[in-house]
Ligand binder design. Structure first.
Ligand SMILES: Cc1cc2nc3c(=O)[nH]c(=O)nc-3n(C[C@H](O)[C@H](O)[C@H](O)COP(=O)(O)O)c2cc1C
Length: 241
């Protein structure tokens, strides 16, 4: 028996036609995103739509001058959101408990599941999408710019628009690298080498480990980002000691 998924093949799109979404389409896609499963019924996420051109340009700049943030028909900031829940409890005479780590976990999982469903729905009607983690390069300014209250944490941006490019499907590591049975299986050097060679095509240089190191090794860009994110976690009520 063969099984063929019916999902539209995903590929990130970074070049968009200058055409808007038809009226009501974004709301329809968000309604579909809301069908995502949600832990304890809480729906701890919000999407902030950035329609204002100047605001969008500022976010493109602080995300590392990513032109597609400017040119996409729609741009959403996907947020973990414990604030709405706290307000609802407050309106019912109850105070939100002290669980910043659990709140971060719940809200990040909820937001990510909903955003992935939004991506799937968008791609199923022919739209292109790309997530924008680059917003974390200016996360403190972004919190100000979008007036995010305590309890709301921006996770990533999401560009949506009509594709003006058709990129090849980009590689992934082997299924065996991500699927474990019964207990976690350490990757063999040979399997790691096979992944490195499979992933070469996603880089300009052909050297995937160097790309990963630029982001994640000692002295990489993630270490640079870390202090600002910690400050924002503290400020938005997601930090603990
Ligand atoms: C959380 C997240 C953040 C990302 N941030 C960016 C980004 O800032 N800019 C960008 O051009 N692509 C970004 N991407 C897209 C990835 O580069 C892309 O998904 C990956 O290279 C695989 O390519 P594919 O989506 O075409 O299969 C991001 C993806 C995710 C999931």
């Amino acid at each position: 028996m063969t099984y063929e998924p019916v999902l539209t093949p995903h590929r990130s799109i970074r070049a968009f036609r200058a055409a808007p979404l038809p009226s009501g389409m974004l709301e329809r896609l968000v309604a579909e995103a809301q069908r995502a499963p949600t832990d304890a019924t809480a729906q701890m996420y919000s999407f902030v739509r950035v329609a204002d051109v100047e605001r969008r340009a500022r976010i493109a700049a602080l995300s590392g001058e990513q032109e597609h943030v400017r040119t996409a028909a729609e741009f959403l900031v996907v947020c973990a959101d414990v604030h709405r829940l706290a307000r609802l409890l407050e309106l019912h005479g109850r105070a939100l408990g002290a669980f910043p780590a659990t709140g971060l976990h719940f809200a990040t999982v909820d937001a990510t599941l909903a955003a992935q469903r939004l991506i799937d729905a968008a791609e199923s009607v022919g739209l292109g999408t790309v997530c924008i983690g680059g917003i974390l390069n200016g996360v403190e300014e972004l919190v100000e710019l979008l007036a995010l209250p305590r309890g709301v944490l921006p996770l990533f941006g999401l560009c949506l628009g009509w594709p003006a490019e058709e990129p090849v499907r980009r590689p992934r590591v082997a299924i065996g690298s991500v699927l474990h049975t019964d207990r976690y299986g350490e990757q063999t050097p040979a399997a790691a080498a096979a992944d490195v060679s499979a992933m070469a095509a996603i880089t300009r240089s052909g050297d995937w480990p160097s790309v990963l190191a630029r982001y994640f090794a000692v002295g990489g860009t993630m270490e640079e980002r870390e202090p600002a994110l910690r400050r924002v976690l503290e400020r938005q009520g997601f930090a603990w000691r």
